[in-house]
Design a protein. Structure first.
Lengths: 428, 1023
């Protein structure tokens, strides 16, 4: 405790206290680095005690038992007693798009119009957001910047949580189009509260959506003289180069949405939210459609539900054979708790290593980035988190080092700076 | 339906000539007084619900009963109607009608439109547009023939009607359901005084919450008392004058659920009023408490429509509560009757009044005695409304309001012939019409050996011609008095075209002539053979249907038996004492009589004690959530800037499943706070989560707290451009509101002190009791303590200075996200800090929030807790406490105190809560692991020695929910197959309130959330 305080104070000598801007982006990896003596949670389910992890030029070159053979010029970093993880991946989030939720001027997550597949979260992603370092500080190193609103909201991109600008930060550009499935119910506000009422316009809206997809299919089959940016954006859905992310929670809607997308020849479909997806689990398995579950830290939807249903939903879906990811959908600053969302499932059905996979390998597979990230394996990006204890348990978690593609990431943030500043006030 | 209404109008026009003329009105023509004495003889007369006279006579004159009995002398000049074989009942009395009242126009109140601070009602009335004691039904009544006819068809002869608008609704009037001049229909006014919790057509902002309505009603009582007593009035207030006048009448309050009934009964005790409650139909769900109120009820018979559960997805939406209520609602009246709770029955709240009789019959089928049903429709409402000298029974001097029926009133096969209202005859079914039911030998043209069977009800007979064993024909028949028109085809398989017959009733036979399909002449002769079989006697009525059990509370996870206090010995656990002993391993704790009896090693179990093995487990105090908004019907009276008069204790919802969910997360005590929409909010309810108990049994009465708020919410910064009217709009104004409120409170206290000190009060009137200022005086006198919603350092500092200048302390700053900036000042002032672990970035005033806040405040010496302000997070407060280990390096022992001992201290309850020490309340949780771990979960949550959550029991409850749901779904499917109308279920997600934002979901700030991408306003404004 005292030691910690001292460490923070010593940091404060180096970094000027409480300045508004974020620190510099990390510099590229210069020499091979070996993390030695730690417990390596590879994300494949494997745990290597007293393991060694070596990476060079941003890529992992060795993961395994302790070794003494290092490439020339290797910087060895002892992580004895510490835990090494793949960088966590946060899907379907507005981090970098929203700064202060209630201040409209700082919100860039929703465009005007019901059908805006062409808008790109990529270019609005603000690498200078003061929220980003606070999320990074808990081990989340990759986020999917995702637009919201309307029926077809736009395109997401997968971003790394470090970089001078969005071009630096991007890991996978325009990875998919986001569709909010047209539900049976809609929310209505009556002056005293929100209730859920029947969506009377469902058929009409479905017809419009159907038309959009039919037009996109036709458009994709030829080379029209005039570019239609909306339809252009949807091309990738039919050749598998883009995911179709469908937000749907209710079992019937999930089935309906997947059948719709399949019927239109969409190759890769992902369900987002999936609060009631258990009712459609067999269907999802048969159709090989994965689900990104929206936060385990929510209430059951129904009074009669098991009180811990949200905690164990990822486990129950996985048990049914569905590929499950986990995210903090729509909640930008709260993404810092992503490891603990997974930890909660660790206490409710899954083993801690399986729980870790929800926010590493599984999310990577679902987003189509598992060839670079999601596990600690030779050849993959050196996107790595080192924690003093179990990263998924707030009781023990303490991220001490993070690397993104081998770059050592500065873990300081605005909040730590304010902490230091006011620690000075109280003379400690 | 419409046709039949017209038919009654037709009858009423013909027969309605018997109406007495209004003596003061001029006659256009010659005087037309007619003989007005009628005697009904040889009838079975039910003079009231329990007394019947066989072969008796009812003698009426004009609109009044002259005599009733077996030996009534009939004067000459009396018209005699022989009712041999028929019955006479008193007409029903509708005690909760809006009949003949002006339509209540509810203006759509735009969400966050421009505030309306003052009443729009012109004249010397009270300040609030929802307080309308001056409205007199007698003065605004105008008859409505169609509605009167509808009610008469249901058996009603009179109605107590009132304007159903507002919280205080004025007085009712007794009216006869006549198609006559209003002067004749209006019998008496005022009859009763009426109240509700709904502001009706009022467009004024205050009140906009249930607790605001309660507070307004409560203050109105005090204002009226003051108005009556004050000498040298400087104002005339016609509302208060009327309110006082109305007090001598029966006082009727409309409630919308069983807890509303309990709340109202409590208010009645406060003001010495024995209310009559217009109930809601779910009283059976809290029967013992309802009975204990000692009040009488006016019960609607509005039963829920069966949800359509054929589709399993849809069925999932329907809650156990809804299904059970569907099953049990018809039993409500029977269950109340069994407990001896007096009630009348009303058509109120029925969407379609024509369902009334069917639903009363359902209530009877569910076990309500017929005599009780009859009383509930006649003598009980008359007694409740103190009009038993006018209506409700058949006695000399009462109005001649009575029904003539063929049979038992409630029998489905019986016929209602006439409903006489104030001596005016209204025909429902012509009783002189021959009953044709029976079987006949039929000859049509040359064809002999046919049969005609007439069955069904006498007023709606069903005809069938039996041609042969295999050929049966249903003729089309219309009847006008004794004339019949028939058309039929005797060989529909072989020939086309119809025989057409014009027939007449000839004694017992039916004769007629007509033409066959070819146009040839035809004779028709049906010779009477035998009568219809007698209707099934009432005694053969089916036994009440089997129904499920009542559970407490009436929701999933409720139990048939409320959990009971036990003596429990927890052995060999790791005990987090929160005392100087710290965390003790291998330790035993004995819980006895609701208290912690002993903490030590090797304790022996007293006889009868339940022993629990705590090996490998952790025992802690129950979590105390300093800031919660669950289990409340409403949260914000966000209208005026100062609403210290409102009490969250008035709106606690003991049936909220979040109570159980939080028990499953180890929470035992919670401060249920008013929202943060205004500077001075309402009084807190501090409760223990005794799942199954009533709101009052959950309260910790000695914890007297109140919510204050600062910053963006109270200045309505995020409420849109319309909300720029209410003072304050800046932090500058907030200080002025606070200061002004307390200066007013000081002056108020002084006035009372002077009055109380006066030796001779003879010439003095007591000052007006002001509940808003009383609460503030309590703060000044350190009897009530503030929990203040706060964010930025400037406002925190300001409020401490305001308090310092007035000589009191701000007890707690809640949220207090910039507490770390002024922790030294907070410590000096003596304030506690109750904060979030890591929330920020949801609005401008939290941009400097840091997760190290709790650790830093605590280190500086401020007693600090971690709270939830959120139904979801509250069940993981152990994890939130653990974050202070992550952010700021707090020790595990101290981290745990942030959700147990520290909140108990700041709530002044550490004398009985917050640590595991002999003598303190036995509120403990047994965890499977270190309680700060993300992997930890409670196995038992115990309050005062009673196990309210048990992991093993929880499994059983889940199973019983599943099996009970399944039973009800099967029953619903059977009902649907049997023709019961159903309705597709709607997803009703219960509302949750927070003070802050759950990331994108921000309730307090009234922003937008992105759910499934739909950008919808979630804008509850300021929780």
């Amino acid at each position: 405790m005292k030691r910690l305080f001292a460490a923070i104070i010593s940091l404060s000598v180096l970094a000027p206290a409480a300045k508004a801007q974020n620190d510099a982006a990390a510099a590229p990896q210069k020499a091979p680095i070996a993390l030695t003596g730690g417990t390596i949670h590879t994300g494949t389910g494997q745990v290597i005690e007293n393991g060694t992890l070596i990476f060079d030029k941003g890529k992992i070159t060795y993961v395994g038992a302790a070794t003494t053979s290092f490439p020339a010029g290797t910087e060895t970093v002892s992580v004895v007693g510490k835990h090494v993880y793949p960088g966590l991946i946060s899907p379907a989030n507005q981090l970098g798009l929203v700064e202060i939720a209630s201040v409209r001027a700082t919100n860039d997550q929703q465009e005007v119009g019901d059908y805006t597949p062409n808008v790109r979260a990529l270019i609005a992603y603000n690498t200078d957001s003061e929220v980003i370092p606070t999320v990074r500080g808990n081990g989340v190193l990759i986020t999917q910047a995702t637009p919201v609103g309307g029926v077809v909201s736009g395109m997401s991109s997968v971003m790394q949580l470090d970089g001078w600008n969005w071009e630096d930060a991007v890991l996978k550009k325009d990875d998919g189009v986001h569709l909010n499935w047209i539900g049976y119910f809609r929310r209505s506000f009556d002056g005293t509260g929100v209730s859920t009422v029947k969506n009377d316009k469902k058929d009409e809206q479905l017809h419009e959506l159907d038309q959009l997809f039919n037009d996109a299919i036709a458009y994709a089959q030829s080379t029209p003289a005039t570019v239609n940016m909306k339809l252009e954006a949807m091309k990738g859905l039919f050749d598998g180069s883009k995911n179709l992310y469908v937000s749907a929670d209710y079992g019937k809607e999930i089935i309906e949405a997947v059948k719709f997308a399949k019927g239109k020849g969409v190759k890769k479909i992902v369900i987002i939210g999936g609060e009631e997806s258990l009712l459609a689990a067999d269907f999802l398995k048969e159709n090989q459609v994965p689900v990104i579950v929206n936060t385990t830290h929510r209430l059951p939807n129904r009074t009669d539900d098991d009180t811990d249903l949200p905690y164990k939903l990822p486990y129950l879906l996985q048990k049914k054979g569905v590929l499950v990811g986990l995210g903090y959908i729509g909640l930008h600053w709260r993404t810092r708790n992503l490891p603990f969302l997974a930890g909660t499932v660790g206490g409710h059905g899954l083993t801690p290593e399986q729980a870790l996979q929800l926010v590493t390998l599984n999310n990577a597979r679902i987003l189509g980035i598992d060839s670079y990230v999601g596990t600690l394996e030779k050849g993959k990006h050196a996107t790595i988190v080192v924690s003093a204890g179990d990263l998924l348990d707030m009781r023990t978690a303490k991220v001490e080092k993070a690397y993104i593609q081998g770059k050592s990431v500065n873990l300081d943030d605005k909040q730590k700076k304010l902490y230091r500043t006011f620690s000075e006030k109280y003379g400690r | 339906m419409k046709k039949s209404v017209l038919l009654w109008l037709f009858f009423s026009l013909i027969i309605g000539r018997g109406i007495a003329q209004t003596p003061t009105f001029p006659v256009n023509g010659v005087q037309d007084e007619r003989p007005d004495r009628v005697a009904f003889t040889n009838a079975t007369i039910f003079t009231d619900a329990t007394t019947s006279l066989e072969g008796a006579t009812l003698l009426i004159r004009g609109g009044v009963i002259e005599a009733v009995g077996k030996t009534v002398k009939i004067p000459a000049g009396t018209r005699v109607i022989d009712l041999k074989g028929k019955r006479i009942y008193p007409s029903f009395v509708e005690s909760y009608a809006a009949y003949g009242m002006p339509e209540v126009k509810r203006e759509a109140r735009g969400f966050r439109g421009t505030p309306q601070m003052d009443s729009k009602k012109k004249g010397a009335f009270g300040w609030n547009q929802a307080v309308l004691p001056e409205v007199r039904a007698a003065e605004v009544f105008t008859g409505n023939p169609q509605e009167a006819a509808e009610l008469r068809k249901l058996g009603f002869g009179s109605a107590v009607t009132h304007s159903q608008d507002g919280i205080v609704r004025g007085t009712s009037a007794l009216v006869a359901l006549l198609d006559a001049k209003d002067q004749e229909a209006l019998i008496k006014g005022p009859v009763s005084a009426h109240y509700s919790y709904s502001k009706g057509s009022s467009t004024q902002d205050y009140p906009n919450s249930l607790m605001g309505s309660v507070a307004l009603l409560r203050q109105t009582y005090y204002d009226a008392q003051w108005y009556k007593s004050v000498k040298g009035k400087t104002e005339t207030n016609l509302s208060l004058e009327a309110f006082n006048q109305n007090q001598s009448l029966p006082q009727v309050v409309e409630v919308t659920d069983k807890l509303g009934a309990l709340r109202t009964a409590k208010m009645g005790k406060e003001f010495g009023v024995t209310y009559i409650l217009r109930g809601s139909g779910d009283e059976y769900q809290r029967l013992p408490e309802i009975k204990a109120t000692g009040l009488s009820f006016i019960l609607p018979v509005n039963f829920p429509v069966a949800p359509d559960v054929e589709d399993p997805f849809d069925a999932g939406i329907v809650s156990l509560t809804e299904m059970k209520h569907w099953e049990m609602a018809p039993s409500n009246a029977a269950l109340l009757a069994k407990e001896g709770i007096p009630f009348s029955l009303t058509t109120a709240t029925l969407r379609n009044k024509s369902e009334f009789l069917a639903n009363v019959r359902k209530a009877i089928a569910a076990g309500l005695e017929e005599s009780a049903a009859l009383a509930a429709l006649t003598s009980v409402p008359a007694r409740q409304m103190k009009i038993e000298d006018l209506v409700g029974t058949l006695k000399p001097g009462l109005l001649a309001n009575f029904l003539i029926t063929s049979d038992n009133l409630f029998s489905e096969s019986g016929t209602w012939y006439e409903n006489w209202v104030k001596g005016v005859r209204y025909v429902l079914t012509d009783m002189n019409q021959t009953d044709l039911r029976g079987s006949y030998d039929l000859a049509v043209g040359g064809r002999q050996g046919l049969k005609l069977n007439i069955t069904g009800k006498s007023d709606k007979p069903e005809y069938q011609i039996v041609v042969s064993d295999s050929v049966k024909v249903t003729p089309k028949v219309s009847r006008q008095g004794d004339l019949l028109t028939l058309s039929f085809n005797l060989d529909p398989k072989k020939t086309k075209g119809e025989n057409r017959i014009a027939a007449y009733i000839d004694g017992k036979n039916i004769k007629g002539d007509g033409y066959d399909a070819a146009g040839k002449e035809l004779t028709f002769l049906a010779s009477y053979k035998e009568g219809a079989r007698a209707a099934r006697p009432d005694s053969a009525r089916k036994a009440p249907l089997a129904i499920g059990k009542i559970i407490f509370p009436f929701t999933g996870y409720g139990t048939e038996e409320k959990p009971k206090q036990e003596t429990i010995l927890i052995k060999n656990a790791t005990v987090w004492t929160n005392e100087k002993e710290g965390i003790l391993t291998n330790t035993d704790v004995l819980l006895q009589n609701g208290k912690i009896a002993k903490v030590g090693k090797g304790l022996s179990a007293p006889s009868g004690a339940k022993s629990i093995d705590g090996t490998g487990k952790h025992l802690t105090n129950g979590i105390f959530d300093e800031h919660s908004h669950i289990a409340l019907y409403s949260v914000n009276e966000g209208t005026q800037s100062v609403t210290s008069e409102v009490r969250m204790g008035d709106v606690v919802n003991s049936e909220d499943v979040n109570i159980y969910r939080q028990l499953a997360g180890g929470v035992t005590t919670s401060q249920l706070l008013h929202g943060s929409a205004n500077c001075i909010g309402g009084q807190s309810a501090v409760v223990k989560f005794k799942w199954g108990e009533t709101p009052d049994n959950m309260l910790i009465p000695e914890a007297q707290f109140i919510k204050f708020a600062l910053g963006e919410n109270v200045k309505q910064a995020n409420w849109g451009d319309a909300a720029r009217v209410r003072f304050p709009q800046t932090r500058m104004g907030v200080e002025q509101v606070m200061m002004d409120a307390f200066l007013r409170a000081k002056a108020y206290e002084k006035t009372w002190k002077e009055y109380n000190a006066a030796s001779n009060k003879a010439g003095l009137a007591a000052p007006r009791k002001d509940l808003e200022l009383e609460a503030l005086v309590e703060i000044l006198n350190k009897k009530r303590f503030i929990t203040c919603h706060s964010y930025v350092q400037s406002e925190i500092n300001m409020l401490m200075k305001v308090a310092d200048s007035l000589g009191f302390t701000i007890n707690t700053f809640t949220h207090i996200l910039e507490g770390y900036k002024v922790a030294d000042k907070m410590k000096a002032h003596g304030a506690n800090g109750s904060t979030f672990s890591d929330w920020w970035a949801y609005k401008m005033e939290v941009k400097d929030a840091i997760p190290y806040n709790a650790a830093m405040m605590s280190k500086v010496g401020v007693n600090t807790s971690i709270n939830s302000d959120d139904a979801e997070m509250a069940r993981r407060l152990n994890q939130e406490a653990a974050k202070t280990v992550l952010y700021g390096g707090v020790s595990e022992e101290d981290a745990w105190k942030m959700v147990t001992l520290n909140p108990a201290k700041m709530m002044h309850l550490d004398g009985r809560l917050g640590s595991i020490k002999a003598g303190k309340d036995a509120d403990v949780v047994l965890w499977n692991a270190n309680p700060l771990s993300v992997y930890a979960k409670p196995e038992k949550t115990i309050i005062e020695g009673t196990v309210y959550f048990d992991l093993e029991k929880d499994k059983e409850l889940r199973q019983s929910i599943a099996s009970e749901r399944n039973r009800l779904i099967q029953k619903l499917l059977t009902a649907k197959a049997g023709g019961t109308p159903t309705q597709r279920p709607q997803f009703q997600r219960p509302r949750h309130f927070h003070c802050n934002t759950l990331g994108g979901l921000s309730e307090e700030e009234g922003q937008v959330r992105y759910f499934g991408g739909q950008f919808t306003c979630d804008g509850s404004c300021g929780y």
